[in-house]
Design a protein around this ligand. Sequence first.
Ligand code: ZN
Length: 310
Amino acid sequence: MPTLGIDLGGTFIRAAVVDAKGAIISSAKVAVFDRKPQGVVETMAQAAAEAVKKAGVKVDGCGVGAAGQIHKDSGVISVAPNLGWRNVPLGEMLKTRLGYSVKVVNDLSAAAWGELHAGAGRGAQDMLVAFVGSGVGSAIIADGRLVNGGGGVAGELGHIKVVPGGRLCGCGEHGCLEAYAGGHNLIAQTKELLASGSSRIMESLVYDDPESITPVTLEKAANMGDAGAKEIHERAAQFLALAVANQVTMLNPARLLLGGGVLTHCPGIRQRVLDGVQAWASQTSREGLLVADAELGDDSGIIGAALLAA
Ligand SMILES: [Zn+2]
């Protein structure tokens, strides 16, 4: 029987009815206005009802992919920074509202599961998925299963330390990879560069509008020879490349999937990660390693969440 997948974002909630093979039958998207847990549950139920009505089929079970730290058995969201939540029993609340079983998982785990069964990970048993978007994260599949860790937070690539005592990260700690290489922080560092008044090239690219800066602007300035931009870009790319290469050495995946907005839209950073894996992952760990780009885009999480609930 088809299941429901829900992608819980801070701005929109997307729901889709997904068949057992991971194909989307119908979908719906509803904007989030009330970010309090009860309000979000109502919006989720609204999106779910819309998707189910469009599909015209019965569904059995619901999976939710949410950004944040999730207790793997109880469905309690310990921390969801984009919603400002702490210790919200989302699984129970949504189950009560929808009337069928609900499984809540980390959004990256959901995306990795979707890619494994319906995307670029098909056929892999041991896979590492590295995403660099506004944040940095990874998910680990070993022997065909998701590695959750004792507390459900294994694979937090973005929060490995790359500079002891370095830049403050969104997680509250200092020196995390994400603080240097996550899209959000690439933009923050580029704004700092612009504010310093030392970058003519950056000034010419943004025309007095710092809000127009994206990681693509940074890569463009670096390619044009801007010294400050090159420094930020180079540091981020090198930290990412080292981190992913070390993960490959540690886990010896058969497949490495790369995804997320920064790796998709900044070919310079993506190439540095590929080169870094070749240069720095141990030779034995990368023998037979297949590197591919995630192929389901924004749908990977919703498909994976639905399949995890099946
Ligand atoms: Zn962090």
